[in-house]
Write a protein that binds this ligand. Structure first.
Ligand SMILES: NC(=O)c1ccc[n+]([C@@H]2O[C@H](COP(=O)([O-])OP(=O)(O)OC[C@H]3O[C@@H](n4cnc5c(N)ncnc54)[C@H](OP(=O)(O)O)[C@@H]3O)[C@@H](O)[C@H]2O)c1
Length: 318
């Protein structure tokens, strides 16, 4: 008699899994049959994921489990931790490089060999911004880890819950004019579902170990072009006032005084580095990334349903 061996589902730990990319990834992993452990400092931040029976939310840190306890039994860990702005005692180096080192140490204790690390395009030890330099330091820690690592470096990420195009859409709806820092900064936006799909691809493809893969969409845009698209799609047209580098830094230094951080001087310095890939989308992943045009209008204007196609036809010149 043949005995069928049923392998139990693999468990994947997501550090920073409560965030924008983490939520999309948790859903895709659950759909693909994985068990997911979302490791978070505050369980309530991941509460939208509690509806998924495959997802377990584990509070870590002073009030909860240690990282190595939380990683027990996992076959891989994904590091999705990232911040765009420093505030108070929260510093880029601690969050990016420090937590990457802690996760690596915890993986070794818990005997988790596979690590997928989400970096960013443009990271470099000599980059002009602290954000990019600290992301580079986190990647260096991953290189030196001795684990089976893959680093994924996305350009700016768009999706229904993004805080990039949605933010500009909200501003464009109320502002009579849009003073735009770094209008010529270059981006190659990638859909959040494609970033999640790339992580699943890496988990299934051991040959991606030891590789750094850039995740960029099919097209390069300047920031001004992106905002023009957003305005076209939502049907408003406040003029865009492109600011010089000096004025961009001045605007950012004033906005740093606000309680909610929209842009900082460090962000302006990050945008001096083109946020674009050095080559085509990695063929090893076996899919092509979606274009901005096929995804974004549907979530910027969901209330208009079919009516939004009028805007799109005008935009396409039809
Ligand atoms: N979104 C983009 O356009 C973009 C572009 C390039 C690269 N990336 C990278 O992609 C990754 C995911 O980005 P995302 O957009 O999903 O970010 P996000 O929505 O802001 O989520 C980031 C996660 O980091 C964790 N985190 C934040 N501050 C922390 C701290 N001080 N200590 C510990 N954990 C902290 C949070 O987890 P808890 O609060 O649950 O603990 C949060 O869920 C990041 O590495 C980011 O740098 C993003």
């Amino acid at each position: 008699m043949t005995v069928l061996k049923i392998t139990p589902p693999q468990s994947i730990a997501l550090l920073g899994g409560s965030g924008f990319v983490g939520r999309a990834l948790a859903r895709q992993l659950a759909q693909a049959g994985y068990l997911v452990k979302v490791l978070t400092r505050h369980a309530n931040r991941a509460s939208v994921l509690t509806v998924l029976p495959e997802v377990q939310i584990i509070e870590i840190g002073s009030s909860g489990a240690s990282l190595s306890e939380a990683l027990q039994g996992c076959s891989a860990a994904v590091n999705l931790v990232g911040i765009l702005h420093e505030s108070g005692s929260v510093r880029f180096d601690d969050v990016h490089a420090g937590l990457a080192q802690q996760l690596i140490a915890a993986c070794k204790v818990a005997k988790v060999r596979r690590l997928i690390h989400i970096g960013a395009i443009g990271t470099d030890a000599h980059a002009p911004s602290r954000y990019l330099r600290s992301k580079a330091a986190s990647e260096q820690a991953v290189h030196a880890s001795g684990l089976d690592w893959t680093i994924l470096r996305p350009s700016v990420i768009f999706g229904q819950e993004d805080q990039f195009l949605n933010l500009f859409a909200d501003l464009a709806k109320i502002a009579p004019v849009l003073p735009l820092a770094c209008p010529n900064a270059q981006f190659q936006p990638i859909h959040v579902e494609d970033v999640a799909r790339a992580v699943l691809g890496c988990l299934a493809l051991p040959e991606t170990s030891g590789s750094t893969l850039e995740l960029c969409g099919p097209k390069v845009y300047t920031l001004r072009e992106l905002i023009q698209h957003v305005e076209e799609w939502i049907g408003v047209r406040p003029p865009i006032l492109g600011l010089s580098l000096g004025l961009s830094l001045l605007q950012a230094s004033i906005m740093e005084l606000l309680p909610i951080k929209l842009i900082t001087r460090d962000n302006v310095r990050s945008m001096q580095v083109p946020n674009i890939g050095s080559g085509p989308f990695p063929s090893v992943l076996g899919f092509r990334p979606s274009s901005l045009e096929t995804i974004v209008p549907a979530y910027l204007l969901p209330q208009l349903g079919r009516a939004r196609y009028g805007h799109l036809r005008r935009f396409a010149g039809r």
